[in-house]
Structure formats: C-alpha cells, structure tokens
Write a protein that binds this ligand. Structure first.
Ligand code: FES
Length: 577
C-alpha cells in the first residue's frame, strides 16, 4: 500500500511546532476563542480584505468576507481575515494609481510574513484589484479572487445613468449651460444608489472581468451585482474551493499562465474594456515572470469585435450584462471562433472552456453575437512613431471613427495645472481640427499617471455641439471615459520622451489603421529642442513618493517598481525569536 503521507503545509512552520514558538504562535491566536483542533494541520486561509469607508466601492466587504469565511469553515479550513491598504478611486489624491505598487507590497508582505497556505482576495474599486493580484502573484500561493460586484444601475428621471460616463457627459452639459446645477446635484444622488463598484464597463468592471477571464475567479465573478445574493454565494463557493486548491497544491502561477493572459486580452477587446487593463495585466505578468508586452495587446486584439452594448461605449450597464448572461457568453463566443486557449485552468478546477462552453445569452441587444457585433475590430491599438517610440495606446471602441485618421495643429498644455488655467479662456487659440496635447502626466510626471488623458474640450468648441477632438498625453484615462484619446505615450514627457518637445502649432498626424503617431517636425529641430529641455522638478522628494519616482517603470512596462518585477515565490521568513 502506498503511504500517502499528508503533505506538510506552509502554516505548519508556525502552528505545527511543539516548542516555545509553537506555544506563542498558537496561544495568541486562541485569544478570540479558537479551539486547539484548528491547529491540526488544516489549511490556513487568509482572507485579504480591502474594506474601508475611504473606498466607497468596497464598503460591503465585511459581509462578503463572512461568506468567504463560512465557505472555508465548511470545507475544513481555518480562515484568518486581514486588512491591507485599500485604494479608493474617488477620494485619493493625487491618484490611487500612485499607491497601487505600495498596496501590492503591503499585500505581498502581509501574506509572506504570516502562517497562510492559501488566500482569497477581496477586491472591487479600480486599483484594489491589480494591487492585490500583483502582491499575491509575488508570493504565488494558491489564490482565488472575489470581486465585490457592480452597483445597481443608476436611475435618473426615468432613464439609466452610469458611473463616470454620465459624470463626464453631465459636467460637459453643465459647462455648456445645457443643464442646471440643481439637476447636476440630483443626478449625484441617483447615480450611486447601492453597494458595489462603478456599474459601467469601466476599470473596476473590466478588472473583475479580467479576474474571471484569467481563471483567477469563479465563473460569474465579473458581473453579479454587489447586492445580489448570488454574489454572496460566489464568495462562499470561493471559500470552499480555496481549501481544495491548497490541498491540491495549485499555486497562482498555475492559473496565471501566458495562455490565460492571452484569453484576458481578447476578452478585454470583446467587452470594450478599460485601457487601464493594459498597464495592470503587464504589471501582473511581470510579477510571475510571464512575458507580456504592448505588442501582444495589439496582435491578440486584432479581429476581435466588441460584443457588449455597455457604457461607456454603448447604452446598457453591468446589471443588464449579468441578466443577459454575463462574461460566460463572451468567453463562449470567443471559444467558438478559435480565439480562446480552451485548456487554460481556472480556480474551480475546470478549464475555461468547460466552464463556459454552454453559456446561454438571454438578451442579444446587450450581448451581441460575433457575426453581428456591437462594434467591429475594437481591440486596443498600439501606436508607434517619433512621438512615442516605446508606444502609446488608443481604445478604438471609445473613439470617433472619423477622427481615427487625423492631422492637426497641436495645442499644448505643459501640465495639468496649465490645462486648468487656460482651457476655459475664450481667447485660447483652438478649434475642433486641433490636436490637444497634455504633458507631464505620466508615471513620474504627475506622479502616479493620473486619469486626465480625456481632457474636457474647451467651452467654445462644446458650445458648437462638438463632442470629440483628438487628444494625446502620457496620462491614463478612466475606464468610464470615451473619446479619440491617445494615452500612455512612452517614454513620458517628464522622463525626457519626445512628447516633452512638442510646441504649439506643430503638426501631429494620427493614423490608427496604420498604428502611427507622428510629429511633423524635422529631426534636427527636435534635437535642438532636446538640448534645451529641462526635466521638471519632482513634486516631492521624500518617503514613498521618492521611492516611486526613482523606481517606477514606464507605462509600456506596467508602471511597476523596477525592483518588484520578477518571480519570487512563497518563501517562509526565518523565526522572529
Ligand atoms: Fe470605485 Fe469606480 S470609483 S470603481
């Protein structure tokens, strides 16, 4: 008979010891009523919680954590919940993205330093998802992601309004004098009326979809509304399943493989997902040693159509998406067109194809079939040229088709303060044929690479009914935003990229079909300007800001800190005594 010796778990290094240290590790843990039998070698599951009242999208996470805990207990595990830095998109200044890498370090070190065998990540608001996955990836224990789910649809005066998307449109209407301040305030109360994250296909919904497409989440993770009981069921199932993943010894890296990232990129194209996913997925892959580049985004997104009619590109919201069948329908459509690595393993132990091949669609106005898509060929396009030698991106599904090939005179804003100072000035020399250029909003320049790339248009253009212009920057854009907006130009202006050299009146040519972004200025003149260029003074030279500015990589490399890239694994730190 084979001697099937129970494999020793990582947590046994703490709780399995019969010496003074074992006494200390167990005794203090018992202080809230934990019985001795919980230390019998069962899997210890960390529930990594980003609950915070400063992160309004995650304020239901105490309840969600209870459901995970119940699932862990039902499966014979020992749950231990712990808090980590929570990044609230709406309140944090200068931008939550500045702290994504810091939060990921908190997650990594919290997991690594403690007696944890497997972890469930509770995430919702935009940056809470990548920060938790990046941190967990650096430790590479068995891991399941549970997203908090989108809010219910916003309801205003008889019609739906969506997070972010209608904030942009209504603030433009207010600036153009088309709505009153009273209506604006009323809309504020109508837009966010339940727990959950933004309910458009913005960055939070995109990243929840990425969690499902990567196989890191349970089927249905992307779209079940936050307040729907089925979200709690999903959390409970994740709690049960993580115990099995520990017993089966399936680390995160067994799920987050190159084929899984390829699936996620194609799913992003099919949902018209946020441009922020480009940066986050490259950063996550970097933590696992999986090669993923901007060129992969362009190549894999080619030929993929947007299938969902969701804001900010369309009219419906995440609640409608779930009732129509949700992400499984998208995955099934891609699988039927040889656009899916079907054998990619997922958290529930099945392949992505086993999970989704029979997914029914209940509303083809919300999720359209591949033959009759919502928009054609809408994968993220990666632009190259003398203005962005290391690349820039544009989201075709959010852009105005006729502006995708455009040549215009540059109107340059040196930084975001310069933009705010001048944009409402009636004397600003600008019309809709111009190309708006915003500098010094990249990872180092802002710092944190703010979501300001979709600069509001000047009032004098808006008043003529114009709603879109070509805009170029080294910044990011909110996933809920739209427009013909070129983002993430690399290298950024503050790092001496060519964007820093653009002057008012220069001609700029955008040709998305040819993947080209060109500054029509002779090389000799650019060389002269480069000689005179001075790097802007950093915003702060102390603490985490200094660490970040000194070590952040450019957007095309995921804007991670250089010393965090690469595979590490679940080391057990030495004793603390
Ligand atoms: Fe949290 Fe949009 S502000 S997801």
């Amino acid at each position: 008979m084979v001697n099937k010796k129970k494999p020793r778990l990582r947590s046994s290094e703490w709780f399995g010891r019969e010496d003074i240290y074992g006494f200390i590790y167990r005794s203090w843990t018992k202080n809230r009523g934990v019985p001795q039998d919980q230390f019998d070698g069962r899997p210890v599951i960390g529930i990594c919680n980003t609950w915070s009242e400063l992160t309004p999208c995650n304020t239901h996470f105490r309840v969600l954590a209870e459901h995970v805990r119940n699932g862990v207990l039902e499966a014979g595990g020992f749950p231990l919940e712990f808090p980590v830095t929570s990044l609230g998109e709406t309140l944090m200044r200068p931008t939550a993205m500045l702290y994504r890498n810091l939060a990921s370090m908190d997650v990594e070190e919290s997991i690594r330093a403690n007696p944890i065998d497997g972890v469930v990540l509770l995430m919702g608001c935009d940056k809470t998802t990548p920060s938790l996955i990046m941190g967990a990836a650096s430790v590479d224990l068995p891991t399941i992601g549970v997203s908090g789910g989108p809010m219910l649809s916003g309801k205003y005066r008889g019609h739906d309004i969506g997070s972010g998307t209608n904030v942009w449109s209504m603030s433009e209407e207010l600036r153009a004098g088309q709505i009153t301040l009273e209506e604006f305030h009323e809309a504020e109360s109508c837009m966010h009326r339940s727990h959950g994250h933004c309910m458009t296909m913005g960055t939070a919904s995109t990243m929840a979809s990425m969690v499902e497409a990567l196989g890191l989440g349970m089927p249905g993770n992307a779209a079940i509304p936050a307040v729907d009981a089925r979200r709690n069921v999903l959390a409970r199932q994740a709690g049960r399943r993580i115990v099995d993943l520990v017993k089966e010894r399936v680390p995160l890296s067994a799920l987050l493989t190159r084929p899984a990232f390829e699936n996620a990129i194609r799913v992003n194209a099919a949902i018209g997902g946020s441009t922020n996913a480009v940066i986050h997925l490259i950063a996550i892959a970097g933590r696992l040693g999986v090669k993923l580049s901007l060129d992969d985004w362009d190549a894999l997104g080619k030929g993929v159509h947007t299938l969902v009619n969701l804001m900010p590109n369309g009219k419906y919201l995440m609640e409608d998406f779930y009732y129509a069948g949700g992400l499984p329908v998208i995955i099934r459509e891609l699988g039927n067109r040889a656009m899916l690595n079907k054998s990619a393993l997922t958290a529930n132990g099945k392949t992505i194809w086993e999970n989704n091949k029979r997914a029914p669609c209940w509303n083809t106005d919300v999720i359209m079939p591949f033959e009759k898509p919502f928009k054609r060929n809408t994968g993220i396009a990666v632009l190259r040229g003398n203005l962005c030698p290391n690349g820039a991106i544009i989201k075709p599904s959010a852009a105005t088709p006729k502006l995708m090939k455009h040549k215009g005179r540059a109107v340059v804003f040196e930084n975001i303060e310069d933009f705010h100072r001048r944009i409402d000035d009636p004397k600003l020399d600008i019309d809709e044929s111009c190309v708006m250029v915003l500098k010094n909003c990249g990872p180092k320049g802002y710092p944190g690479m703010a979501e300001v790339g979709n600069m509001p248009l000047p009032p004098k253009v808006l008043k003529r009914g114009i709603t879109d212009m070509v805009r170029i920057s080294d910044a990011r854009m909110s996933g809920t935003a739209y427009g013909t907006v070129v983002l993430h130009a690399a290298p950024e202006a503050a790092a001496g990229g060519p964007l820093a050299l653009v002057k008012n009146g220069d001609l700029i040519e955008l040709d998305v079909a040819k993947r080209r972004l060109h500054l029509h200025v002779p090389e000799a003149e650019l060389a002269r300007r480069r000689k005179r260029w001075k790097a802007p003074k950093p915003a702060m030279r102390r603490g985490y800001w200094k660490l970040y500015i000194d070590h952040v990589l450019q957007a095309d490399r995921g804007a991670d800190l250089d010393f965090l890239v690469g595979r590490t694994g679940p080391l057990v730190p030495r004793d603390n005594h």
